[in-house]
Design a protein around this ligand. Sequence first.
Ligand code: HEC
Ligand code: HEC
Length: 226
Amino acid sequence: MKQATMTCRPLLISLLLLAAGPGLAGSADPGSQPVREDELTVLLSMPGDPQRGQESYRLCRGCHKADGSGKAEAEYPQLAGQHARVLLKQMADVRAGRRDSPKMNPFIEHGEVSSQELADIAAFLENLPVPSAIGLGDGRQLELGKHLYLRDCASCHGPNGEGDGQRFYPRVAGQHYPYLYRETLESRDRGRRNANPEMVRVLKHYVDSDIAAVSDYMARLRPAKP
Ligand code: HEC
Ligand code: HEC
């Protein structure tokens, strides 16, 4: 009897190793363990509960505010009304190290929030109304901003800045100017590593004042209600 258990053990161990290998993300019950690989696939397949999300969002209010409006001067993004799929991709990217956010990291690590909580938070935020008080630029280059935006950005971010959740294109309308400015700058200079490569190609030709102009224009856009 004892002999039999001994010989079985190596097989058992290799089976366990196989099960815990790269297939982790596709395991049957993704909510039961921290899934590090391709968390986005898992997040997208989880129905989010806005009511539970409101509870879990307590962790985030210190920076992103209870109404999801963020803080313009501290460059904390406005999250209310952003597409859930965009929020999920960005959170998965930060957790996987594909996007840096040193200030937020300690709050959004795997030990702090579960995948289910993120799915709930995204469902909660997507349904919040976009706040009207938004940080704006100086308003002096709006004609240039409009020209650049319609020529180079609208094809993805939408003519009214509405974005496209299906394709993970963020809504930029009603986002704080300082945040839009910083993210566009970071994308051009490759600091934001998850930036869309096609967008980076376009931005290569932008000087900082072009980025300021287009960011001011984007912040002022207001998409029609879907
Ligand atoms: C200490 C402040 C802080 C806390 C707490 C915090 N965040 Fe953030 N968050 C930030 C900052 C700063 C950024 C912008 C990161 C960058 O510079 O790219 C950000 C970015 C984001 C983004 C990306 C938005 C976009 O438009 O791309 C999401 C989504 C997000 N946070 C969700 C959350 C959630 C959910 C929580 C709570 C679990 C949370 N944050 C807690 C500071 C914070
Ligand atoms: C080919 C499609 C495409 C084009 C063209 C494009 N973008 Fe983007 N943009 C994206 C995608 C996709 C993301 C999200 C990238 C990611 O996954 O982190 C993004 C993210 C951003 C963000 C960050 C938003 C946030 O909430 O964090 C800003 C700001 C931005 N784009 C500005 C611009 C500007 C300005 C232009 C025009 C000069 C432009 N984009 C053109 C696809 C595009």
